[in-house]
Design a binder for this molecule. Structure first.
Ligand code: ADP
Length: 244
């Protein structure tokens, strides 16, 4: 949660949010599988005003060799925000936040990837945030799953992600930047719908036990919606009429 702006109306008397959405309505989501010819797999996502590109490379040799594991493959994730991705120019050096989000996304993807199938090698996931508007870790995790699948990496399931949260004492789906800054809680959820397993759950803010449960439920339902779009993106590339 950033600084809370008490003057901002996050939910009006008709139950409409600051960007015109209903409480359970996600932002507009567009996912494209593929697109980068030099990557083994790639994807592009627009999640509201978030715009994120993901490139996947591997499985490939690990350098230096001592970083490899003879029993299993390793996943390496770099989440990077372009200096122009936010209104106020972001410092180009990797921030603590980017290092933390890279780790969070890696740990959320690991249960989905069959790393044991490619020992001694690494799969690299490069995430470039071109435009950020709240919820980039969820959008990036969603896109990274599609890029891994596009690369043909063996997976148990894809991880779909979206944040639920709380504004004006109401549980909402898909927290935008203003709601993240001025709202009461933000809960990013990553979920594997076929396996019914949560791989990412964070909470910034304060919730009662009932609200917590509702937030998880709303987040999981949102992930199921996102999952359909991930599958559609792969379907469009591999079975659709796309020319590229
Ligand atoms: P997430 O993007 O996953 O919600 P945060 O809660 O840390 O992660 O960030 C919320 C939003 O704050 C980001 O999506 C972005 O729009 C904005 N933001 C993050 N870092 C910066 C920064 N250095 N300068 C300005 N805005 C930022």
């Amino acid at each position: 949660m950033g600084g809370r702006d008490a003057t901002m109306v996050l939910l009006d008397e008709n139950g409409i949010r600051c960007d015109g959405r209903k409480v359970d309505e996600p932002r507009k989501i567009m996912i494209k599988a593929g697109g980068l010819k030099n990557a083994d797999g790639s994807s592009y996502i627009e999640f509201g005003d978030n715009k994120i590109l993901v490139g996947v490379f591997g499985p490939r040799d690990v350098h230096p060799k001592h970083m490899s594991n003879t029993d299993t493959g390793i996943l390496r994730v770099r989440y990077h925000m372009e200096p122009f991705s936010v209104g106020e120019r972001k410092r180009p050096a990797p921030s603590r936040r980017e290092i933390e989000i890279s780790k969070v996304i890696k740990e959320a993807l690991e249960p989905a990837v069959m790393l044991e199938k490619f020992p001694r090698t690494a799969v690299d996931v490069f995430i470039e945030v071109l435009q950020a508007d709240g919820g980039t870790r969820c959008a990036a995790l969603t896109a990274a799953s599609v890029a891994l699948a596009d690369a043909g990496i063996p997976m148990r399931d894809m991880v779909a992600a979206i944040a639920s949260g709380k504004v004006a004492d109401t549980i909402i789906l898909d927290v935008n930047n203003e709601e993240d800054q001025a709202g009461q809680a933000d809960m990013p959820v990553g979920y594997m719908p076929s396996l019914k397993k949560i791989t990412l759950l964070q909470l910034d803010g304060v919730l009662t036990p009932e609200e917590y449960k509702k937030c998880v439920d709303v987040g999981v339902k949102g992930c199921e919606l996102v999952y359909e779009l991930q599958k559609q993106a792969l379907h469009d590339k591999y079975f659709g009429n796309r020319k590229d």
